[in-house]
Design a protein around this ligand. Sequence first.
Ligand code: SF4
Length: 336
Amino acid sequence: MARKNIQAISLFSGGLDSCLAVLLMLRQNIEVTALTFMTHFGCDLDDRSSCSHNPYPVAEKFGFSVKLMQLGQKFVDIVREPKFGHGKNMNPCVDCRILMLREAKEYMEAVGADFVITGEVMGQRPFSQLKDKLTMTAREAGLTGRLLRPLSAKLLPPTIPEREGLVDRELLEGINGRSRHRQMEMAREFGLENYPSPAGGCLLTNSDFSRKLRDLFTHHPKVAFTDLNLLRHGRHFRFSPATKFIVGRDQGDNEKILAYADPAETICEVKDAGSPITLIQGAVTDEALQTACAFTARYSDRKKDARVEVTWSRGEAEGTVTVAPAPESVVDGLRV
Ligand code: SF4
């Protein structure tokens, strides 16, 4: 009976290392399905801050399949409470890798694939890819023996697919450290062009974004995906534990804020002038409404006027409030 094709599941960011890991498998006639993960924190495929890059051009060129997987709430949960802690900002990189590996393991089992690969290189990043960390993440993901790192395989103990002869260990690499010299040489050998330079990480590595996220987690035991999406848009102000303002910085922010706002939430703007859209989230007391209107006036084209009429609306209800634009000290005091 003919043996079924050998199949590997790859964690795939679309960066150089993950491409090379896949190409090393294809060279051994191993079928690869590449998993590209998405989260609410900037790993959009077209987001320049992202860990991920558009995987399709390289997949089409070299002949492997790609599957996009949204990590959704599972990812939000590890960002809030990572078992292995946060990095410098809110990035839970170790937990993130483990979660992606667990998803890959589940997928491997569901489709009857043989093992999982990643483009990890030993010692490439100071902490996350040291030898014992690589062993630990494989163990935590339940993939001990079934997780192959083709770029550093010769420096790591042989995995089950190597021991069983599914993969020829001699054709794998033994790359260690941060120099990308060998990877660039391999890219030339494989004819891999236009590969992206290493990405800085997702939005969770950004200190401004992380500050806004911490504020959201502090005041909301449960967060909606809309709240997470809104963290990317506008200036954020914490008026009270129960109330927050989001003030658009430009037309793009205004459109996003209007698109994400719940009809039950209050929107403020200065009519007939260049004006931000301000969204009031949470409790709308008289004081909160007055302050949000003063912030709206402050960021409008009428900011130098002594008094500005600001329109608010909530569903069908609408009204106006005339306020003095908020002074800088008040605005700065509430900025998240
Ligand atoms: S930067 Fe860290 S947390 Fe963000 S996607 Fe990359 S590994 Fe995951």
